[in-house]
Design a protein around this ligand. Structure first.
Ligand code: NAP
Length: 339
């Protein structure tokens, strides 16, 4: 194959994860050669979809761990784009400094060093989170938060409210990745997704999908995470996983893309979500026992994706109807909802 015909190569870290599984599929469908990493390639309960995706296009699965220095060298070598999606997301850790914050920061620097070594990487696309945007004291009426807003780590560590360490880990890893990229002249763009919904190829999902189906499944622990997020954020901001992965590709391929991008197409509340789900899925029935106490009716905070839209990105899923269309079927396939 001549140089001009070479397929562009993308590396996606954490290929067994929910968001990464959609991104890999999309990249293969767009004609990319994809290299992905997982911690345990033999674990077919987590990786079976990667075998299926090998029928869509050239996909190589490699073993790598964020905590093993140099572990990502082979996956990153020869890549044009590197999508950093893998990160510790364990919200219930007993020792979050050691099990969440430290590995998040060490891990991101580990992969960034592999990018610097490779010498082929045109752009690194970091998946951070809205958790790195919203964790700060807010007073008064409705706030619109954009990319200039940063979660205040001192405020989080002083208050240590539930799940404080996850937003702290996201801020610290984002800042360290930016510092390293500037120092090594690597083009780095950061996407800050809000709560992500919709079907994916991944056969096991532990993050936003079970949280966002908890009003139908009745799972109290999953609802507690959704509830804590609403309290911490002042709204339930949502994006469909297809839109998120299209946005990741958009900021990778657009030369002019730079800095942070909030990826959010709808700001709602648990109260609004409950009314929508009760109406759309009467066969499940919303578990109203979860909704006791005073509830936020309208968002107090709105996350703005104006920067992404201004630069030419279009969201396809804008309403709760669009967002939940494939979620219930996916929830059934995952065993979260009864068939
Ligand atoms: N889902 C959302 O609503 C949402 C919103 C905003 C941001 N995000 C961010 O998006 C990314 C993906 O989230 P997700 O929802 O797709 O979560 P997920 O399905 O749990 O994916 C996380 C991935 O990170 C990997 N990982 C964790 N620790 C690792 C380590 N030490 N070494 C190598 N890999 C490791 C996991 O591998 P194992 O399976 O081996 O643990 C898994 O593949 C995360 O960075 C998350 O913070 C997600």
């Amino acid at each position: 194959m001549s140089g001009g015909d070479r397929k562009k190569t993308a590396c996606v870290t954490g290929g067994n994860g929910y968001i990464a599984s959609v991104l890999i599929k999309m990249l293969l469908e767009k004609g990319y050669a994809v290299k992905t990493t997982v911690r345990n390639p033999d674990d077919m309960a987590k990786n079976s979809h990667l075998k299926d995706l090998q029928a869509v296009g050239p996909l190589t699965v490699l073993r790598a761990d964020l905590l093993e220095e140099g572990s990502f060298d082979e996956a990153v070598a020869g890549s044009d784009y590197v999508f950093l999606v893998a990160a510790p997301v364990n919200l219930h850790s007993k020792n979050p400094e050691k099990e969440l914050i430290e590995p998040a920061v060490r891990g991101i620097l580990n992969v960034m060093r592999s990018c610097a070594k490779a010498g082929t990487v045109k752009r690194v696309i970091l998946t951070s989170s809205v958790a790195a945007v919203t964790g700060r004291p807010l007073q008064g009426g409705v706030h619109v938060l954009d990319e200039k807003s940063w979660t205040d780590v001192e405020y989080l560590t002083a208050n240590k409210s539930s799940h404080w360490a996850y937003p702290a880990s996201k801020v610290l890893l984002e800042k360290e990745a930016c510092r390293f990229a500037a120092e090594h002249r690597i083009s780095l763009v950061t996407v800050c997704p809000v709560t992500t919904v919709g079907a994916a190829p991944a056969p096991k999902v532990r993050t936003s999908v079970p949280n966002c189906l908890s009003l139908l499944s009745g799972d109290e622990a999953e609802f507690a995470v959704l509830d804590a997020n609403e309290r911490a954020t002042g709204c339930v901001p949502l994006v469909h996983v297809d839109d998120l992965c299209r946005a990741e590709l958009f900021v990778a391929e657009e030369d002019a893309a730079a800095g942070r991008y909030i990826c959010c197409s709808l700001n709602t509340t648990i109260a609004e979500l409950a009314r929508f789900l009760a109406d759309k899925y009467p066969q499940y029935g919303v578990k109203t026992n979860l909704l006791s106490g005073e509830r936020l009716q309208k968002p107090r905070v709105r996350l703005s994706s104006e920067k992404l839209v201004r630069e030419g990105f279009e969201f396809r899923y804008r309403t709760l109807d669009d967002m939940y269309d494939d979620m219930v079927e996916y929830g059934k396939a995952l065993g979260i909802l009864p068939t």
